[in-house]
Design a protein around this ligand. Structure first.
Ligand code: ME8
Length: 516
């Protein structure tokens, strides 16, 4: 295993619609993981992009009187804008209409064909355009897909992928790789689906043309899911053996929503096995957001635009809420009230208050300079209380916090940060530096220094979740830009007494509802 490189991906989003908080959620979660890995010292490739072919996009384009390409261009740009809006640190943005992708998807098809796994036949059965998925008669519920989407009867010549040939191989692979899919309950669903038997899969369509032509038979376009999944390889330059391919394949993590786990945990590994390519190391399926208890949908018109949240609450506040509100992997519900509570209790009252109290006391009582210090038991207790954060400086891959992130338990990692800030707040209350000011200046100095150092540690880790705000705090502590990674959590990089600090400003104002 090479710990130096880390490749992670979001799903590529359909361009039939505009981004909403569901898309923002996946991208922010990946961004937190990517930043965490970079801060750990890994070389990261973080890929996102747009899925632009298929009947769904063709149909949407028709309904608004645009060509599929024009619709794809416009909406792909909205997803690119989303990465900037949410401060997503992706290294690449792939579009499936790009020549680099078309070439790669066709090369993958040819490899699967050379393996003897593709045959020409004809398909007749149910298809859901909304889900871009085939369904068995037995799966339908009241004439609809199990997802509630409409289905239509399709009969056409089609190439088939011999998925049935992979049932045993997949089950063996799952048994040998207990961490391939997370969370575990979802992995069990995948295993029981495959255990129930696999039918060959139709992988081309002839009744519309918005897709990648099948190599050697241009009457067919590739099934959009085969086309889309190939993006993870095309961004590395596949089939060329590029430096990126050598470093980053197989992917360390494909992050997906639970709606598309089957495509990633069953079809994708089977396609790769057929092409003789290594399989990704892990797939994680996160949960589903509802809005004030309701499903987000076009017809209800209740989808929340990420821009609206950022405008009203702030970027880092939005990122924080999305990552903190639900244990990662579970379903979540967006409620305005919960958002305000979380911003105020965790960012404003806890972290913000800690920073503001400490820095303004240093400004007022220490001529704006980091004071001298002499630690006693109370300081040793404070730092041993935030040990999980400090330990991140010890190893690039091993330890408590790394384990959380390698299992995508983002919420547990963030909980440690909050716990550290709470401990520091308890310490400030117990030590009462405002009282020491009158009785014991040396102790006051030590307490303020220890708090500044605790805040430095907290902010270094916080950078993965709320990078702008964490950077602001590190600026207030005059921490140089090149001293902000996890390696700098080690004792030799502690703050230097005597350093002049800039005047602080509040980082997390309390959110107040405007009076009606
Ligand atoms: O499925 N809650 O694209 P898509 C949480 N193009 N996450 C949500 C969500 C919600 N309510 N709604 C959407 C596709 N998402 C394919 C993927 S990958 C090779 C091809 C997120 O635009 C979640 O990550 O429908 C989900 O899996 C993804 O958006 C679906 O995006």
């Amino acid at each position: 295993m090479n710990d130096d490189y880390f490749y992670l991906t979001t799903p590529i989003y359909y361009v039939n619609d505009r981004p909403h908080i569901g898309h923002a959620y996946t991208s922010v979660a990946c961004d937190v993981l990517a930043r965490f890995k970079r801060l750990s010292g890994c070389t990261v490739k973080f890929l996102t992009g747009t899925d632009e072919h298929g009947q769904k996009v063709e149909k949407s384009a028709k309904s608004v009187g645009m060509t599929p390409q024009a619709l794809a261009d416009a909406n792909s740009q909205h997803f690119r804008d989303l990465t900037r809006l949410m401060n997503i640190s992706n290294d690449d943005f792939i579009r499936t209409t790009e020549p680099r992708h078309v070439r790669s998807a066709q090369a993958l098809w040819k490899k699967m064909e050379e393996g003897g796994y593709i045959t020409l036949g004809s398909y007749s059965g149910w298809y859901s355009v909304r889900d871009e998925a085939y369904y068995q008669e037995s799966e339908l519920v009241n004439g609809k897909a199990p997802t509630g989407a409409d289905v239509e009867w399709v009969e056409e010549p089609s190439y088939f992928f011999r998925l049935s040939a992979f049932q045993k191989k997949l089950l063996k692979f799952y048994a040998e790789h207990p961490d391939f899919v997370g969370p575990e309950s979802r992995y069990n669903e995948v295993k029981s689906f495959v255990g129930g038997g696999l039918k060959d899969l139709s992988i081309s369509r002839t009744t519309f043309s918005w897709g990648i032509p099948v190599p050697g038979n241009e009457k067919h376009v590739m099934y959009v899911w085969l086309d889309a999944l190939a993006n993870y390889l095309s961004a590395l330059g596949y089939p060329d053996k590029t430096a990126d391919y050598e470093r980053f394949w197989p992917a360390d993590l494909h992050m997906v929503g639970k709606d598309i786990l089957r495509f990633h945990a069953v079809y994708w590994p089977a396609f790769l096995m057929a092409a003789g390519l290594p399989l990704p190391k892990r797939i994680f399926a996160h949960g589903w957001w509802t809005i004030e208890g309701e499903k987000m949908s076009k017809s209800l018109g209740n989808a929340i635009a990420p821009q609206a949240l950022v405008d009203e609450f702030g970027l880092d506040q939005t990122r924080w809420f999305l990552m903190r509100e639900v244990p990662f992997g579970n379903d979540g519900n967006f409620s305005r009230e919960n958002m305000i509570n979380r911003i105020n209790s965790e960012l404003a009252n806890n972290i913000g208050n800690l920073v503001q109290r400490t820095l303004s006391m240093i400004q007022k009582n220490c001529e704006g300079k980091l004071p001298e210090y002499q630690y006693s038991v109370a300081e040793n207790d404070l730092f041993s209380g935030i040990q999980p954060l400090v330990d991140l400086g010890q190893s690039r891959t091993q330890g408590y916090m790394h384990n959380f992130m390698d299992n995508q338990q983002i919420h547990l990692m963030l909980e440690e940060i909050i716990a550290a800030a709470s401990r520091a707040n308890a310490y400030i209350d117990a030590q009462a530096p405002w009282a020491l000011k009158k009785t014991d200046i040396a102790r006051m100095n030590t307490v303020l220094y220890a708090l500044a150092e605790a805040i430095r540690k907290i902010s270094i880790v916080l950078q993965c979740a709320i990078p702008d705000s964490a950077a602001k705090i590190l600026d207030f502590l005059a921490v140089p830009m090149d001293k902000r990674s996890f390696a700098h959590l080690s004792p030799e990089f502690t703050l230097s007494s005597g350093t002049l600090l800039p005047p602080p400003q509040p980082v997390f104002p309390r959110f107040m509802e405007k009076a009606a």
